[in-house]
Design a protein around this ligand. Structure first.
Ligand SMILES: Cc1cc2nc3c(=O)[nH]c(=O)nc-3n(C[C@H](O)[C@H](O)[C@H](O)COP(=O)(O)O)c2cc1C
Length: 170
């Protein structure tokens, strides 16, 4: 599968089969995160793999009861470990860096036949308490990971004309 095929075909998965994900597939997905670019190549990130059923259920509750999160065999929780680093453009590096790594994981998962769903709606303080994440660490995103139990959904996107302009902002 080429990159554009993965980008254009992938969609968020909100129903998962109970079947386990093979260890070599999980490793390859984590490798995709490891190889992602980051500001100054700092790699200030940590990815927590959650398989424990009770912990996944608690995370789903922390995510405003999005129960499908707890039904996937794995939940990956993506953290920024140096949240004070601000790039000269004014953006915090960790949100950008961790998001790129998550995007790489999501695409790699798709190539392996696995589903994901970026989860941004969660109570960070609760997620931190559940996973014993230290105070200074930030949780950027989480995603369930598993074999999809739903057909792919149609993409709804703005047209290029709506989002691209030339030479100056229009
Ligand atoms: C930053 C971010 C936060 C998101 N948070 C959630 C979420 O909490 N729950 C959910 O079901 N989907 C969430 N999504 C998935 C989006 O709803 C989804 O990507 C978007 O509707 C486009 O659909 P697609 O992923 O199927 O192409 C999130 C996506 C992003 C990028």
């Amino acid at each position: 599968m080429n990159v554009f095929t993965a980008i254009s075909e992938r969609s968020s998965v909100r129903a998962y089969k109970a079947s386990d994900v093979e260890g070599d597939k999980v490793k390859k997905i984590l490798e995709a995160a490891r190889l992602a670019p980051s500001a100054s190549n700092r790699q200030d990130w940590k990815f927590i793999i959650v398989k424990n059923a009770e912990t996944k259920k608690k995370l789903a509750e922390a995510a405003f009861s999005q129960s499908f999160i707890g039904e996937a065999p794995i939940v990956i929780v993506a953290c920024g470990t140096e949240p004070k680093a601000i790039m000269s453009c004014g953006q915090p590096a960790y949100t950008v860096d961790v998001s790129i790594a998550c995007a790489f994981m999501i695409l790699q998962a798709y190539e392996l036949g696995l589903g994901t769903c970026w989860i941004g709606a969660f109570k960070e303080d609760e997620a931190k308490r559940i996973l014993k994440i230290p105070e200074e660490i930030r949780v950027v995103a989480m995603t369930p990971l598993g074999y999809p139990d739903q057909p792919p959904s149609q993409k709804s996107r703005k047209s290029l004309d709506q989002i691209v302009c030339h030479e100056k902002f229009e």
